[in-house]
Design a binder for this molecule. Structure first.
Ligand SMILES: *[C@@H]1O[C@H](CO)[C@@H](O)[C@H](O)[C@H]1NC(C)=O
Ligand SMILES: *[C@@H]1O[C@H](CO)[C@@H](O)[C@H](O)[C@H]1NC(C)=O
Ligand SMILES: *[C@@H]1O[C@H](CO)[C@@H](O)[C@H](O)[C@H]1NC(C)=O
Ligand SMILES: *[C@@H]1O[C@H](CO)[C@@H](O)[C@H](O)[C@H]1NC(C)=O
Ligand SMILES: *[C@@H]1O[C@H](CO)[C@@H](O)[C@H](O)[C@H]1NC(C)=O
Ligand SMILES: *[C@@H]1O[C@H](CO)[C@@H](O)[C@H](O)[C@H]1NC(C)=O
Ligand SMILES: *[C@@H]1O[C@H](CO)[C@@H](O)[C@H](O)[C@H]1NC(C)=O
Length: 396
C-alpha cells in the first residue's frame, strides 16, 4: 500500500500522466501524439538464450549474458527466421512555431531501459527536454517508442524484438517522413488543428541516437546512407570498453512481477533503481545531477526484451561508405556503460572515419561532468547546444 502511494505521488510530483499528453502547445512549438502502423521485415533468429519468468531468472540471465564465454554471435543461433509484420509504433511529432529550419526534421531513437520520454523530460523541461530545446533551436523532431517499449507494441521478447528489425522500423519511419505519409498521419490525428495542417514535407532529415538507439542509428546510416542528411551519435562508442561492465550492471528484475509491475510478457527485464544509477548517472555528485533527476530517471524507466541483446551483434560497427553527410559523436565524459566511467581519449577519429569513409565531417565532442543519460544531468542544455552548433556549422 505504502509503496503504491509513494510511486503514485512521485508520478504526480513529476506531472507524469498515464494517458497520452493531449496538449499541443510547447514554449517554442507544437507536439502531437501519433500511433503509426509500420510494416517491417527483417532477418531474425531463434537464439539459444535462457527464459526469464521470475526475478531469479532475470538475474540469472544477466549473469549468463555477462559470462565471459557466452557467445554473442552466429554460433548462438538455433534457427534462422524472418520476421514480417505490421507493428504499432507510438510517436510524437513536434514542429517549431516559426523557423527557417522547420523543414529539417530530426528523428531521435532512444536506448535500452527507456522510451521516447528520454528525449522529452517532463521534469524541469526547460532544463532537461531535448525536444523543447530542439524546437527552440528551430528544428522539427520526431521521437518514437522503439518496438517493445512505451505505448508501441510489446511483442515476443525472444524471437521478435531484435536489432535488425528495429533498423528496418527506423528505415520505414524515415521513408514515411520523406514521402509525406508521416505528415498526413499527423494532420489527421486528434486533436485536429491549424498547427499540423498543410505542413510541407521535411527536405532534410537528421538521425539522432542515444546508446542502443545510437547503435541502431549507426547501422541505419551505414546501410541506407542516402536516406539521411546527418547523424548525431550520443552515448555510444564502439570499442573495448563498450558494455564491458556487463549486463549484471543493469540490476534487473522480471518486468511482469517487478515493483511496480509492467504489462509485459516473458523475457522482458527492468532495471532496479541501482541499475538505473549504474548505467545512466555519473559525474561529481555535488554538481552533475540531483536526487530528483535520478528519481525521475527511475520513474520513467522501461523494460527491455532480452532478444534485443542477443541479436545486437548483427548491427554493430558496420561499414558505411554510402553515408555522405556530417556525423557528430557526443560522449558523456563519465559514461560508465560505454567507456567504463571515462570517455576521455578513447575515441580514435581515424578508426571512426574508417567506418564512414565518405562522411563530409566527423567530430567527436566530450560533454563534461555527465553520465550516460545526457538530458538528465544539470548541464544538459549546454550539451544539447553542442549538437545544434555542429549542425549549423554543417549547413543544417
Ligand atoms: C544463420 O545464418 C547465418 C548467415 O546469415 C549463417 O552463418 C548461420 O550458420 C545460420 N545458422 C543456422 C543455425 O542456420
Ligand atoms: C533550470 O535550472 C536552474 C539551475 O538549476 C534553476 O534555477 C531553474 O529553476 C531551472 N529552470 C526550470 C524551468 O526548471
Ligand atoms: C511511403 O513510404 C511508406 C514506408 O515505406 C510506404 O508504406 C508508403 O506506401 C509510401 N507512400 C507513398 C505515397 O509513396
Ligand atoms: C538510395 O539508394 C538505394 C539503393 O542504391 C536506391 O534504391 C534508392 O532509390 C535511393 N534513395 C534515394 C532517396 O535516393
Ligand atoms: C566511398 O568510400 C570508398 C572507400 O574509401 C570509395 O571507394 C568510394 O568510391 C566512395 N564513394 C562511394 C559512393 O561509395
Ligand atoms: C587510431 O587508429 C589508427 C588506425 O587503426 C591507428 O593507426 C592509430 O595508431 C590510432 N591512434 C591512436 C592514438 O591510438
Ligand atoms: C557545460 O557544458 C558545456 C558544453 O559541454 C561546457 O563547455 C561547460 O564547461 C559545462 N559547464 C560545467 C559547469 O560543467
Amino acid at each position: 500500500m505504502a509503496a503504491v502511494f509513494v510511486t503514485a505521488s512521485w508520478l504526480l510530483f513529476y506531472g507524469i500522466s498515464a494517458s497520452p499528453i493531449m496538449s499541443l502547445d510547447r514554449p517554442d512549438g507544437y507536439c502531437k501524439q501519433l500511433n503509426i502502423p509500420v510494416f517491417a521485415t527483417a532477418p531474425s533468429a531463434i537464439y539459444n538464450i535462457p527464459r526469464v519468468n521470475s526475478n531469479i531468472e532475470a538475474t540469472a540471465w544477466a549473469i549468463y549474458d555477462a559470462t565471459r564465454t557466452t557467445p554473442h554471435d552466429l554460433s548462438n543461433i538455433l534457427k534462422n527466421t524472418t520476421t514480417s509484420d505490421i507493428f504499432n509504433i507510438h510517436a510524437q511529432l513536434c514542429i517549431p512555431k516559426a523557423s527557417a529550419k522547420k523543414d529539417i526534421l530530426q528523428i531521435a531513437t532512444h536506448g535500452l531501459h527507456y522510451d521516447s520520454r528520454y528525449w522529452d523530460s517532463e521534469y524541469q523541461p526547460a532544463n532537461h527536454s531535448y525536444v523543447d530545446a530542439t524546437l527552440k533551436a528551430g528544428y522539427s523532431i520526431l521521437t518514437y517508442d522503439r518496438l517493445g517499449t512505451g505505448q508501441s507494441d510489446h511483442p515476443d521478447a525472444y524471437e521478435v524484438v531484435q536489432a535488425p528489425l528495429e533498423v528496418e522500423i527506423l528505415k520505414q519511419l524515415t521513408l514515411m517522413a520523406r514521402n509525406g505519409t508521416l505528415y498526413n498521419i499527423a494532420e489527421k490525428a486528434d486533436p485536429v488543428g491549424a498547427a499540423f495542417s498543410a505542413l510541407t514535407n521535411p527536405n532534410k532529415i537528421v538521425h539522432v541516437g542515444h546508446s542502443f538507439g545510437s547503435v541502431l542509428t549507426s547501422s541505419f546510416i551505414a546501410k541506407y546512407g542516402n536516406l539521411t542528411d546527418g547523424a548525431i551519435i550520443t552515448g555510444y562508442l564502439f570499442g573495448q570498453f563498450l558494455a564491458s561492465t556487463g549486463s549484471t550492471t543493469f540490476s534487473v528484475d522480471y518486468a511482469a512481477t517487478s515493483s511496480p509491475p509492467y504489462d509485459r510478457p516473458s523475457g522482458y527485464v527492468v532495471c532496479k533503481r541501482d541499475g538505473i544509477q549504474n548505467i545512466f548517472f555519473g559525474g561529481d555528485l555535488k554538481t552533475a545531477f540531483t536526487p530528483e533527476l535520478l528519481n525521475y530517471g527511475n520513474a520513467i524507466k522501461q523494460p527491455a526484451p532480452i532478444g534485443e541483446l542477443a541479436s545486437a551483434f548483427w548491427i554493430i560497427n558496420e561499414y558505411g561508405p554510402s553515408f555522405k553527410a556530417p556525423i557528430q559523436y557526443l560522449l558523456p565524459e563519465f559514461d560508465f556503460y560505454v567507456c567504463r566511467g571515462d570517455c576521455n581519449n578513447l575515441a580514435n577519429k581515424t578508426q571512426l572515419m574508417g567506418r564512414y569513409p565518405n562522411a563530409t565531417a566527423l567530430d567527436v565532442v566530450i560533454h563534461p561532468n555527465t553520465g550516460h543519460a545526457l538530458p538528465l544531468h544539470k548541464n544538459a542544455t549546454a550539451g544539447f547546444q553542442l549538437t545544434y552548433d555542429f549542425l549549423a556549422k554543417n549547413g543544417l
